[in-house]
Every structure is written in C-alpha cells, then in structure tokens.
Design a protein around this ligand. Structure first.
Ligand code: ATP
Ligand code: MG
Length: 405
C-alpha cells in the first residue's frame, strides 16, 4: 500500500478497535488507482464526531455539524468524516452489518462523481458501487446519479467537473455538458471563494485548454467574475503555455493580461484574491505592458520591479513572443539585476541625516524626494554609490535643488 495510506492506517485501526467502520475515501482512492500523486487522505467512518473527538488525542473541530473532524496524526491532518446520517432511520431497522454497508453506500452516493465515490478498506480492497473504476478506465467524469439533479443540489459541481477535466485530462459525457449548460446559472448562488479554489486548480491542470473551452461551451463564463462576454479573450488565453509558469501570481498575471479588464484591481478583487497577490499581479501586469510596448529592461525598471517580478514578467513576455529564448532571456535579466549598483533604498551609501547636514536645510518632505533623485542618478550611472561621491554630487547640484524644492 502507498505510504500516505500506511501513515493514516493507525487511525483506521483505532476506529476499528472501538467497533466503528472506517475507510479511505474520495480523491486519494481515485488518485492511487490512477497512479497519480496522492493529495489529502480522507477517511469516512461510522463513528460520530463526538466519538471521533473522544478517541483521538489531537483533533480540530472544523465542522462537526457536517460530520467532519480533523485528526492530527504525527502532525499530519486527516479529515475524518462521519457517514451521512440520512440513512440512520434505515440503519436502525437493519442488522448492523447491513446497516454499515448501507451507510457507506449512502456516503459514497452523495459524492459528486463516480471516480470520487470509491472507498478503500484497510486492506487496500476497493469498494466501488457506482462503477468509478470503469469511468477511470474510460477517462470519463460522470456524476453519481442524474447530472441535472446533482448540479441542482450543488452548482459548484459544475465547476468541479470542468476542473477535473483539466487535472485528469478526462472528458465529460454529452449529457453532462448539456446539464452544465442548463444549470450554469445556478453558479450565481455559489460563493466566489469556492469558485476560486476550482479555477486555481483548473489553471494548474494539464488540460486547461479543453477545460477553458468547456467553460465557454457550457455558458459557465457568465457566472465567473470578469469572465462574462470574454469568450474570444478566454479562447486566446486557453492557448497560452501555462505549464511553463511557476507561481499563482504568474498565472493570474496571464489571466489578467488576456482578459483585459477595465480595472485590473477591481477584477482581481472581484475574485477575492489575497491582497498581497493582487499587489504583485498589478505590478506584473503593469511591467508586462511596458515590456510588450517594446521598452527593454532598463536599470530603473529592473530596480522598480525587484527580482521576483522581473523574472516573472520576463518569463511571461518570453512565452508570449519569444518562447525559444526563454532561458537565455531569464539569464540576461538575472545578470542585469545582479549588476545593479543598488537593489534597495537602504543600499544607498548615505542617510537622510547626512543629506540634511550637507544641504543645511531643516528636515522635510524634500529629503525623501532628494533620495529619489540620488537613487535615479545611481541607477542611471550618473553617480557612483559611495558616500563622498554622493556628498560632492549633492553640493554641486545644490543650486538646482534650491530652485526645485
Ligand atoms: P483534490 O485532489 O483536488 O483534493 P478531491 O477529489 O480530493 O480532489 P476535494 O475537494 O478534496 O476533492 O473533496 C474530497 C472528496 O469529497 C471528493 O473526492 C468527493 O468525493 C467529495 N466532494 C467534494 N466536494 C463535493 C461536492 N461539491 N459534492 C459532492 N461531493 C463532494
Ligand atoms: Mg482532496
């Protein structure tokens, strides 16, 4: 058995010892059958949340009302979720072994897609009530039950279906696509935060091009922030080589570049992206625009960008216009950045105090403006970055400054 499952095995054993049923479920079972790298190992059990909390030393209550408790085992968090309770009444009337089977089956039945609705027992045997294995073999994403019903219950599943197309390079059956088209409007009621998780996964997947085409074909774009009426832009976006990108910031820079929103900031905020990411993407989009307007990297531009944004935007620029030179372009940017006389204001070989002394003027906002001038002069090689050169330069320019400040 895969080591991720083995690491979680003591949790299942403990639940078994206390008389509960417990299985590995969901994405990890799918991924092991696909030979993909396993993400989180999730566990489903007949134990109730309170019972799970009592059994394990370290637990985090993330949503006991939905039946989910996080169990920390050797510092790894596992979602342990109670079989759904709708079937309790049925269980009550049946012998316990059948009751357990019914419970697990009910639990798997509420899951979104057949490939996500398999379980694995502690011995590695697969439990597959809904032909998930067949769909894995046929590379098909199908809902457990009628797609229309399942998308009506939770419209996020529409986006999940499409992001699994991207991640797994699977297809959607015709009736799934038509159900998506019919129910896409229900995405209006889904929170942006939940949509963002799926969209982020979509852009990190292998088959994002197919997935983006499905967003268009399924009329889903109209229910994604800033994507409405942007079919042509999304089509072009789908042809970009996302696989060469390194960070989420780069992905969102490319998305923004192609979508061309009226306001970059509003677009990024409408996706509820973290403020720090928004700031970086705004900067990258601005830099990229300048680079694409054929402005080469100058010392000042590199300095303003900082190394991370400089490399990110150069990577994107190269992928847009000149992808065979990507590596050498990045190398050039790195070395040009390395050759900058300063990389930060704090690298300037003088202080505000000294400037005030040289200029014999009372402190004020002029000092910061002056530092900006010094910064610019150093970066454009008009001034050497050493204390006495700066002093001399300041004194010789004194007259100019008298006029300007
Ligand atoms: P990933 O590898 O990206 O984490 P995953 O399949 O594990 O994919 P999760 O969002 O972690 O996806 O969900 C875990 C499991 O919970 C799924 O495999 C599925 O069985 C179930 N699930 C998640 N979201 C839904 C939903 N909206 N409706 C029904 N079942 C869901
Ligand atoms: Mg998961």
């Amino acid at each position: 058995m895969n080591s991720s499952f083995l690491e979680a095995k003591p949790i299942l054993e403990k639940l078994h010892k206390s008389g509960y049923e417990a299985f590995y479920v969901g994405g990890s079972v799918r991924d092991i059958l696909l030979n993909r790298e396993i993400g989180d190992v999730d566990i489903a059990t007949s134990a109730k949340p309170e019972e799970i909390k009592m059994l394990f030393r370290k637990t985090i209550d993330v949503g006991a009302e939905h039946g989910t408790i996080i169990v920390l085992h050797k510092d790894i968090p596992y979602e342990v979720t109670t079989f759904r309770t709708e079937s309790d009444y049925e269980d009550f009337r049946r012998p316990s072994t059948v009751a357990f089977i019914t419970s697990l089956k009910e639990d798997l039945k509420r899951r979104d897609f057949t490939i996500n609705a398999m379980a694995m027992n502690i011995n590695g045997e697969i439990i597959d009530y809904f032909n998930g294995k067949d769909d894995l073999r046929n590379k098909l994403i199908q809902t457990v039950g009628m797609p229309s019903e399942r998308f009506t219950e939770d419209a996020l599943r529409i986006l999940r279906a499409i992001r699994f197309v991207s991640q797994l390079s699977f297809s959607l059956s015709k009736n799934t696509i038509s159900a998506i088209r019919e129910h896409a409007h229900l995405l209006e009621s889904i929170s942006t935060e939940r949509k963002l998780i799926e969209i982020d996964k979509l852009f990190s997947g292998e088959s994002y091009e197919e997935a983006l085409n499905l967003l268009i074909e399924g009329n889903v774009c109209d229910y994604l922030p800033g994507f409405s009426e942007k079919q042509d832009e999304i089509k072009k976006l789908s042809l970009f080589n996302f696989k060469m990108l390194k960070t989420k910031e780069e992905i969102w820079t490319v998305i923004t570049h192609f979508i061309k929103p009226n306001s970059v900031e509003e677009f990024l905020r409408s996706w509820k992206l973290p403020v720090k990411l928004i700031k970086t993407v705004e900067k990258n989009v601005f830099l990229l625009k300048r680079l694409l307007e054929e402005q080469p990297w100058s010392e000042l531009l590199l300095y303003e960008a900082g190394i991370d944004s400089a490399l990110s935007t150069e990577r994107i620029r190269s992928l847009l216009v000149d992808s065979h030179s990507l590596e050498s372009n990045l190398k050039n940017v790195k070395s040009a950045y390395g050759n900058l006389p300063i990389r930060d204001r704090r690298d300037i070989d003088t202080t505000g105090r000294e400037i005030i002394d040289y200029m014999k003027k009372p402190p004020g906002p002029w000092v910061s403006k002056m530092i900006t001038e010094i910064e610019k002069a150093i970066l454009t090689n008009k001034l050497e970055n050493n204390r006495s050169a700066i002093k001399e330069w300041l004194l010789s320019c004194n007259q100019n400054f008298e006029q300007n400040y």
